[in-house]
Design a protein around this ligand. Structure first.
Ligand SMILES: [Zn+2]
Length: 229
């Protein structure tokens, strides 16, 4: 397997190339937006690149679709807001940053409640803090598995990512989670968390990766369904 880069019309894509005893090229984009290309063993690189250029539009569209899916969670007062899988009406009030649930209302205290940008940035900060607390709650079980592999527990970062739910810097033992995960039920957040943990032990998405993933979380696919919607 090799990591490749290809530029075309001013945009660059990065992909993993796997050489296999197969007859045709295969192109696959996984849920982390990682591009996988498998190609027959003797196929010249130029033919693979020509194939990718032909599929260029499809590859870029696929990436855009994921970004748009995440944009549907836009934050503005009066709109519906999904919090841990449940719909709330978002409201804002002046006060020290805090997030309060009142039946079907989600109330954000912030500096300028009539400014959607201020509401959104305050809310994202609060959600990032909550996501970190959830990680603390969920992690002991997964830290123990990682420990069985004689690996140190990961450090967590929360970011407002554009095109992925999580990522793992294997060598640095850093897992980054998308703050937007707070829209989804806890069991879905846990499945993303565990997916990234597994990368500490298996960096790629090989069969071994999914074996380990499903061994400790047999209902993984079900938990992930809501992310694909
Ligand atoms: Zn992954």
């Amino acid at each position: 397997m090799s990591f490749e880069r290809l530029e075309h019309n001013g945009t660059t894509i990065e992909y993993f190339l796997i050489r296999k005893a197969i007859r045709h090229i295969n192109l696959h984009i996984d849920r982390d937006q990682i591009i996988w290309v498998s190609a027959p063993l003797p196929m010249p690189k130029q033919i693979i690149e020509d194939f990718l250029v032909k599929k260029w539009k499809w590859i870029l569209n696929n990436k855009k679709r994921v970004q748009e899916r995440q944009k549907t969670h836009e934050i503005s007062v009066g709109r519906q807001f999904f919090y841990l899988g449940k719909a709330y009406a978002l409201e804002a009030a002046i006060g020290r940053p805090a997030l309060i649930k009142k039946e079907d209302r989600l109330l954000v205290y912030c500096k300028r409640p009539d400014d959607d940008d201020n509401v959104a940035s305050t809310l994202l900060n609060l959600l990032a803090r909550e996501l970190l607390s959830l990680v603390r709650l969920l992690r002991p079980k997964y830290d123990a598995i990682v420990n069985d592999y004689h690996l140190p527990p990961p450090t967590f970062k929360i970011r407002n990512l554009k095109a992925r739910w999580g990522s793992c810097q294997v060598k640095k033992h850093i897992i980054t989670l998308n703050v937007q995960l707070m829209h989804f039920p806890l069991e879905t957040i846990e499945s993303v968390l565990w997916h990234e943990y597994v990368h500490l032990m298996v960096p790629n998405h090989s069969q071994r990766f999914y074996q380990l993933l499903l061994y400790h979380m047999p209902d993984y696919q079900k938990r992930q369904l809501v992310l694909k919607g």
